[in-house]
Write a protein that binds this ligand. Structure first.
Ligand SMILES: [Fe+2]
Length: 310
């Protein structure tokens, strides 16, 4: 695992506590690959999945982006029980070439970007608030609420991320972000470990404010695939929002002017890459892109931002 180097952190704005402490982080040299034992999933686990899924279902139908809704409709992601990786992965592979990679937990950035570069999406097989989750952390104290856990779980990975892997442009973009991360780590430009760490944080910020917590302008053209029209100016495409009932509701309230908890800001790539975030709370801001195409275009045009030379 790369040693975190904070030398250039002063350049970032919005310094936040990074409360990822306590969770297991897997690196290249750890035994991070697993097999999903589908037959052994308990009733309790299936019920937790189902409760999370059903609570969000109608909200997402009304507010999630078109890419998400079309993706989830085309995958065998059940409402009432855990998804089976072996049923989902081949369908995604046929569509965009990506496969699911079952893993033991949170991967460090080096490994995460490397597997993404190979079009493999890491997915965990446990769920928040379950006996298996509690057992994994029986001798550690980490945040583990229904609304939020810093450990990515199967609900976040499958219900929120995988539908986007069915979209060709998104799938290509995500693989390119993985390749870029891998390129930063390889450091062929010989920038040195301090700048490698800094540039990786820039890429993590970019990922955070886009495919994890990003919003998209609602131009009304996806209402035909919704049961109820989207009545706010935004669509949700960030997977961190999609898998969280609290975060989704926060956006709806802020968009309707019923809350001032978070700011809704126009996406500016230079600002986003230089802005840190907090893992452990509702976000204080969300960046709004004009369209998915505008995001891809800005990303491909501004890759130099991720090779800051000091
Ligand atoms: Fe995620």
């Amino acid at each position: 695992m790369l040693i975190d180097n904070k030398k250039y952190d002063y350049l970032f704005s919005n310094h936040r506590p990074q409360t990822i402490e306590g969770i297991y982080i897997f690196g290249k040299n750890d035994k991070y690959l697993i097999n999903q034992n589908y037959a052994s999933i308990s009733d309790i686990e299936n019920r937790i999945w189902s409760d999370l899924y059903i609570r969000l279902e109608l909200l997402l139908d009304q507010y999630a982006s078109k890419e998400y809704l079309l993706g989830i409709q085309s995958l065998p992601i059940p409402r009432d029980r855990f998804p089976d990786f072996n049923a989902i992965s081949p369908i995604i592979k046929d569509s965009t070439g990506w496969t699911l990679l079952p893993v033991a937990g949170f991967l460090d950035e080096e490994l995460f970007f490397e597997v993404n570069a190979q079009q493999k999406f890491p997915v965990t097989d446990i769920i928040r608030k379950s006996p298996r989750f509690d057992n994994k952390y029986r001798d550690r104290n980490i945040q583990n609420d229904e609304g939020y856990t810093p450990e990515p779980d199967i609900f976040h990975d499958i219900q929120a991320h995988t539908p986007f892997l069915m979209d060709h442009k998104f799938a290509e973009f995500l693989a390119d972000v993985g390749k870029l991360g891998h390129e930063i780590i390889l450091d062929k430009r010989k920038l040195g470990p301090e700048l490698v760490a800094h540039n990786l944080k820039r890429l993590q910020n970019f990922a955070w404010w886009t495919y994890e917590f990003g919003l998209l302008k609602n131009n009304g053209d996806s209402d035909n695939i919704r049961k109820k029209s989207n009545d706010i100016n935004y669509e949700i495409y960030g997977a961190g929002i999609i898998s969280s009932y609290d975060e989704t509701n926060n956006i709806i309230k802020c968009a309707k002017g019923e809350s001032k908890r978070s700011k809704l800001l126009p996406f500016d790539i230079e600002e986003a890459v230089m802005t840190r975030y907090d893992y452990s709370d509702i976000q204080d801001r969300y960046y709004v892109i004009d369209s998915m195409d505008s995001l891809y275009e800005t990303y491909y045009k501004n890759k130099d931002l991720f090779f800051y030379e000091g």
